[in-house]
Write a protein that binds this ligand. Structure first.
Ligand code: GDP
Length: 189
């Protein structure tokens, strides 16, 4: 029998993140003022941070080390990206599409972004629609139901946060990492 010398090819990486190094890149998108910076800043105070990595941080780019179920990951979070640019050129494992539940126009922007992400990148990237400022209960202009419906339409997850009260922000960070890991390797627990 003929022995093939062809080396087994490793499957081509689908994502930008390398599974072995567990280096993930999360990009926060959304209209100005929705709380992209505030959410990213709250990530820094997460109880899942493995060590204080607050030294080498810039205003719109934060790198944190997160310990989840005994697995350590390095997570780079970017906010304040110019959304005029081509989404295809943004290297990211996950996109957080953030709007303010108190500002209707920011929801419209979020829907546009979901549309663009879908057209440019398909559905292989983790996409999470985030309704921030959930503390502004009496100023709410976008219902949970309609946001959920839009998220479903674009195969995105939906969650509501309050960066001001640090409510649900840790869950967003952990959920995003879990989802990236799942997309990279669906057989993981
Ligand atoms: P960005 O332009 O998307 O980065 O938005 P920022 O993070 O700079 O936030 C814009 C403004 O919204 C700031 O005054 C924040 O204090 C405020 N803000 C951010 N998150 C929340 C929130 O969850 N609730 C409330 N009430 N205000 C928030």
């Amino acid at each position: 029998p003929h022995l093939s010398a062809t080396p087994r090819l490793a499957p081509a990486p689908v994502m930008d993140g390398d599974q072995n190094s567990s280096y993930y890149k999360i990009v926060a998108l959304g209209a100005p003022g929705v709380g992209k910076t505030a959410i990213t800043q709250q990530f820094m105070t997460s109880e899942y941070i493995a060590f204080d990595s607050s030294m080498d941080q810039s205003e719109h780019e934060k790198t944190i080390s997160v310990l989840l179920n005994g697995v350590e990951s390095t997570v780079e979070v970017l906010d304040g990206i110019d959304i005029q640019g081509d989404l295809e050129d943004i290297r990211a494992d996950a996109f957080l599409v953030i709007f303010s539940i108190a500002h209707r126009d920011t929801f419209d922007t979020a829907v546009q972004l979901l549309q663009e992400l879908r057209m440019d990148l398909g559905t292989d990237r983790t996409t999470i629609l985030v309704g921030n400022k959930s503390d502004l209960v009496r100023k709410r202009k976008v219902t949970t139901e309609e946001a959920l419906e839009v998220a479903n339409q674009y195969e995105a997850k939906y969650t509501e946060t309050s960066a001001a009260l640090n409510h649900n922000v840790d869950e967003l960070l952990v959920g995003t990492i879990d989802h990236i890991r799942y997309k990279l390797n669906p057989s993981l627990p």
